[in-house]
Design a protein around this ligand. Structure first.
Ligand code: PMP
Ligand code: GLN
Length: 383
């Protein structure tokens, strides 16, 4: 995590957003929206600040937010967690992931199975927790795991299977066959499932199905989500975790010494968001789907081969047809050459596996339509 001079190595998101700023390029790298989310949510935060909600909230979370999370899980998924026992509010999904891994890893022999490519904090937090990372590849263009590879990866050494669905960086949504296999393997090897579902409301052509709803899954599954993507408030860092009381207690035991609590006025605002009518949630999925389609068409016109995302903020393109040999090199020069920033998929894989993803690039579609269209125009003009 440190370089040769002792400086913290910036994450790929920090590096690429800095490049976007210094070159004035369009930032299709770091996944954050360039428009505000629902007025009700923003107004609720302003009202909370004006109303004096500015001191430490309870460590487990604002009781009204805990209640809103439980209501949301029942409304969309038929799950009925107890707000005071089976839910915990965290400083974004990032803290939920870190606290969960620190809480549940017992020994250096514990293994954590992840799909690769993976969101960058997964490997870092597995290392911080002192466990071994075992990867199952997701391959271009559909990015579904091979079931036999998954079976080989999960053993009696597996402490937990860490899933991300919908998936960052590929935009894949797991098939029901893969989801069922994860639950079957977890049962057979008595492992836990931790599932990061921060893009739960950005699934394009079906309803999101949390792994926790599968038969036999709930007793061994912790589900993580966040208000950041659903309400376009990535900077607020209000996340949560839900699952069996004993597991949530273990995560709370760690979380209380990481941040204790946070985001006081943002917690009631996210509660207001979670109570918005169904039309809000179907609306953001439809909007993101249209943006992904626009981005995909633009990339295709510019000469890239493009995968078809089923959800999330992201679309993966193969830059080989436009002459790239190495996506990291390609992305480093793209701001100068084309005025666009994107992220190489190699940033999301272990060094030994980089060559399998050598020419693949992640583009974020969570930007205004005119911004996506302009980025596509620039990529086409750059040839
Ligand atoms: N998991 C995934 C898959 C993500 O994409 C992100 C945010 N980009 C996070 C976790 C972190 O979420 P938060 O901002 O709520 O900490
Ligand atoms: N989740 C966002 C992405 O994947 C960025 C998060 C971050 O900057 N750490 O682009």
């Amino acid at each position: 995590l440190l370089d040769a001079t002792g400086a913290a190595v910036p994450t790929i998101f920090a590096e690429m957003s800095a490049l976007a700023q210094s070159t004035g390029a369009i930032n299709l790298g770091q996944g954050f929206p360039d428009e505000d989310g629902p007025a009700e949510v923003l107004e609720a935060a302003r009202a909370a600040i004006a109303g004096g909600v500015n001191q430490y909230p309870p460590g487990r979370g604002d009781p009204d937010l805990l209640a809103a999370i439980a209501e949301h899980q029942e409304r969309f998924y038929g799950l009925t967690p107890d707000p005071q026992r089976e839910i915990l509010v965290t400083a974004g999904a990032t803290e939920a992931l870190a606290a969960t891994l620190l809480a549940l890893i017992d020994s250096p022999d514990d293994e954590v199975v992840v799909f690769e490519p993976y969101y960058d904090s997964y490997a870092a937090c597995v290392a911080l927790a002192g466990a071994r990372l075992v990867t199952v590849p997701l391959r271009w263009p559909d990015f579904q795991p091979d079931i036999d590879r998954l079976r080989d990866a999960v053993t009696d050494r597996t402490r937990l299977i860490l899933v991300n669905d919908p998936h960052n960086p590929t935009g894949a949504v797991l098939t029901s066959q893969v989801r069922a296999e994860i639950v079957r393997l977890a049962d057979r090897h008595d492992t836990l499932i931790v599932t990061d579902e921060v893009y739960e409301h950005l699934v394009f052509d079906r309803a999101h199905l949390p792994i926790a709803t599968l038969p036999g899954a709930a007793a061994r599954t912790l589900t993580i989500s966040s208000g950041g993507k659903t309400f376009a408030t990535t900077g607020w860092k209000v996340g949560w975790i839900s699952g069996p009381e004993s597991l949530v207690q273990a995560v709370l035991a760690v979380k209380q010494f990481l941040t204790y609590s946070g985001g006081a006025p943002f917690q009631p605002a996210i509660a207001a968001g979670l109570r918005l009518p169904d039309a809000y949630f179907t609306g953001i999925a439809a909007t993101m789907r249209a943006k992904a389609a626009l981005l995909g068409a633009g990339l295709r016109d510019a000469g890239f081969a493009v995968s078809s995302p089923s959800g999330s903020y992201f679309t993966v393109a193969d830059a080989a047809p436009v002459g790239a040999m190495d996506a990291a090199e390609f992305c480093r020069s793209l701001p100068e050459r084309a005025g666009v920033v994107a992220i190489p998929l190699t940033a999301f894989v272990t060094p030994a596996h980089r060559s399998d993803y050598a020419t693949l690039v992640r583009f974020a579609a969570c930007k205004r339509t005119d911004v996506i269209a302009e980025a596509a125009r620039r990529l086409g003009a750059a040839g």
